[in-house]
Structure formats: C-alpha cells, structure tokens
Write a protein that binds this ligand. Structure first.
Ligand SMILES: Cc1cc2nc3c(=O)[nH]c(=O)nc-3n(C[C@H](O)[C@H](O)[C@H](O)COP(=O)(O)OP(=O)(O)OC[C@H]3O[C@@H](n4cnc5c(N)ncnc54)[C@H](O)[C@@H]3O)c2cc1C
Length: 375
C-alpha cells in the first residue's frame, strides 16, 4: 500500500510528491519525469521568446522532502499488474499511482508551439519579420505581447475567432485590447485558420497571410497512457475522477492537474495551475488518509482569477467568481505585474517549504456556490 508512484513532475506532480513525502514517512514516494529540469509552464511564453529563466533541478527540489526522482518516460501503464514500463526497458511498480502527466498544445505542420525550443531561435532569426500567432487564448495573448515587447522590429499579428479576453469583464478586456495595441500587436478577429503553409497562413475563405514565423496556441492534447491502460477517461482523454479525485474505474489511481477530468458543481474544471496545485495538495492529504485507514475527502475548488501578462512591464488580472465568470474587480499595470509574478513564483516556494502546505491554503473551495457534485 505504501509504494507511491507519481507520473509527471509538472506543477501538480511536484506538489503531490513532495506533499505526500512531507506528510508521512510510511510511504516510499517515487517521481517520474522525462527531464531532470523543471518546466515552468507558467512562464512558457517568456522562455518561448528566448528569455533565460534559469534552470531548476527537479532532484534538488524534491530530495529534501525524501522523494526519489527517476528520470524517464512512462511507455504505458499495466493497471492489472500495477506496474509502469518505461520506454528504456526499466519498470516501476506501485501500490498507489498519482497520474499527473499534464497536457500539451497539439503540433501543427509549419507552425511552432510555445513548448518548442526552436521557436526562440526562429524569432531571433526573423526579428524584423512577421510573426503570426494563431489563437488568442491566454497563451496566444501572452506570447504575442512578449514577442512584440522583446522584438520591437517584429510585426506581430494575432488571429482569433472572437475578441481576445472574451472570458474577462468589459473593463479588463478593454485594458487588454489597449495594451496589445500599444505594443503594436495587430489583432484580427473573426478569423478561422484553415491551414498553415510554409511562409503563409491560409484562412477559411482562402485568404493567405504571408508570415515568417507562425505560432500555434490553440487546442489541447492529452496523453493516451490512461486510455490505453483501460483506465476510464472522458471524451478528451482526461482521467475520469470521483469526488475524491480517484479514477472511477481504478481506485488505486488518483488523477490531478490538466490530465484529470475534475467535476465540480459548475462543470468540469479546465486545466490551470490555479486548480492543479489544490488538486495535488488535496491528493497528498488523501493518500496519507488512505495510508492511515481513513477515507479520502471530496475535493472542492473555486476559481479566483484570470492572470494575463502583457510583456514584462504590464499585466491584467481579472478576479472571478468560483465558476470562473468575471467578478467586479480587476488589477492592471505594475500592481498586476507584481501579482502575476507572485502567482508564477509560488509553486517553487511550495516545493521548497520545510513542511507540507495544507490543501486548504492552496485554493478556494467556492463555498456554498460550489457544493460537492452528485456522483
Ligand atoms: C504560456 C502558459 C501560461 C500559463 N499561465 C497560467 C497562469 O497564469 N495560471 C494558471 O493557473 N495556469 C496557467 N497555465 C496553465 C498551467 O501551466 C497548466 O495548467 C499546468 O502546467 C498543469 O500542470 P500539470 O502538472 O497538470 O501538467 P504539466 O505542467 O503539463 O506537467 C506534466 C509533466 O508530466 C510529464 N510527462 C508527460 N508524459 C509523461 C510520461 N509518459 N512519463 C513521465 N512523465 C510524463 C511532462 O514532461 C511534464 O513534466 C499556463 C500555461 C501556459 C502554456
């Protein structure tokens, strides 16, 4: 029962592994990840344009908590034998598995994603050219702003079906629009991309926009590991979870972060670090409860904010209701930059903390607006 394997050392796997190990010495916690350097996805748009974020070693971060780190990639999950074969032939066994393999932006021919290190090089080589960003979700907005600020000679074009920031209230959205305009980002709304070609983006309707570099930011791809193992997944491939974040088909598997379909009273939680960290801290507490013969408690989460950076000198934070609809309050300018920086740096502080961070300190439950969903 006490052999715990955490798959994936993103924000949530790191939080779960260190959280379990700091709460109990009765468990042997192993954390598996393909790289030994932690990927700060909250700052991916900064790394994507070539900013040096420094390298944080996963083994150095988790060793003080007593977590064993294994560098490698899970090739599959043998859910019956409770073993995970790696793609190099090694194998890891588990009693309890924490599934935290995250998500990625799907690859599109002739376009980069923010995860692609070659994007920074392409930008540098085309600093006076044209960058076309496909998709004006938060990643597209943040990447477009960052690129425009870093390369003033670059013409940045942001293509979007709807207006950027549609999820925000009108005032925060107006601020965001003005900031993109100030940075010289050309926003084209009402556009749907048909395909990306070498040197051009073709819109539905046939118009071709010449481009030197194209960044693709829309869509989400989920790992097939769980589905291929016969673990119940939702239509997108995220692990279907019960109220306590255990797999509905395999109770010895917990699923957290982007890779989990987490249901709340207002709907399924969409992948954010904001929701992922509380799901991981909650799972750490649940695993320890199980080891002590107690039942895990239901997970409740309510959103707090939509933080959007607009280059290094500006940002806008829309505060939200628990169901992620915009509230009255928003923050802009320097105060928003400081807020966003506090948000982005807090996970590393959690991993380095000497004691486990209580789950209730990592997120909002949503109170009476968000009762535990019926099964
Ligand atoms: C540019 C950008 C900005 C963002 N800004 C915000 C923000 O301001 N606020 C916010 O709340 N969220 C933000 N997000 C979303 C946030 O980054 C994700 O929700 C978060 O990273 C999810 O964490 P995770 O641990 O579930 O997955 P991930 O961070 O994706 O980590 C998954 C880990 O699993 C590993 N893995 C995958 N497959 C395997 C395998 N087969 N074997 C072993 N390991 C594997 C991966 O290598 C990775 O290390 C942003 C995302 C991006 C891209």
């Amino acid at each position: 029962m006490n052999n715990i394997l955490v798959l994936g050392a993103g924000y949530t796997g790191m939080m779960a592994a260190t959280g379990i190990a700091r709460r109990t010495t009765a468990a042997a916690v192993t954390l598996l990840n393909p790289t030994a350097v932690f990927n700060e996805r909250l700052r991916q748009h900064q790394a994507a344009v070539g900013q040096d974020l420094g390298a944080h070693s996963i083994p150095d971060l988790v060793a003080p908590a007593g977590v064993r780190f294994v560098q490698g990639r899970a090739a599959r999950i043998d859910a019956d034998a409770r073993r995970v074969p790696l793609d190099d032939g090694r194998e890891l066994a588990y009693d309890l598995l924490v599934y935290a393999v995250g998500s990625a932006t799907p690859a599109t021919p002739h376009a980069f994603t923010v995860d692609d290190p070659a994007f920074a090089e392409a930008l540098r080589a085309n600093a006076d050219g044209v960058l076309t960003v496909c998709g004006a979700g938060l990643t597209g907005i943040e990447a477009a702003a960052e690129a425009a600020e870093t390369y003033p000679g670059l013409k940045v074009r942001l293509l979007s079906r709807g207006a950027p920031g549609t999820m925000m209230g009108p005032k925060a959205r107006a601020y965001l629009t003005a900031a993109l305009d100030r940075l010289g980002v050309e926003v084209r709304t009402g556009t749907a991309v048909a395909r990306v070609l070498p040197g051009a983006v073709e819109l539905e309707g046939g118009e071709r926009l010449p481009t030197d570099v194209t960044l693709w930011t829309t869509g989400v791809a989920y790992s097939r590991l769980a589905a291929d193992a016969g673990i119940a997944v939702d239509p997108d491939g995220r692990v279907a979870t019960d109220a306590a974040l255990r797999s509905t088909s395999h109770p010895e598997v917990f699923a957290i972060g982007d890779a989990a379909a987490i249901r709340q009273a207002y709907g399924t939680v969409h992948g954010t670090c904001q929701s992922g960290i509380p799901s991981a801290a909650h799972t750490a507490e649940s695993v320890v409860r199980l080891l002590r013969g107690k039942a895990p408690r239901p997970f409740r989460f309510g959103y707090v904010h939509q933080p959007v950076s607009l280059g290094r000198k500006d940002a806008v934070i829309q505060f939200t209701r628990p169901d992620d609809t915009p509230g009255r309050w928003y923050l802009t300018g320097r105060a928003a930059v400081a807020y966003k920086e506090a948000v982005s740096s807090s996970p590393l502080k959690f991993y380095r903390a000497r004691t486990a961070i209580p789950a209730r300190m990592t997120g909002r439950t949503g109170g009476r607006r968000n009762p535990v969903p019926a099964r």
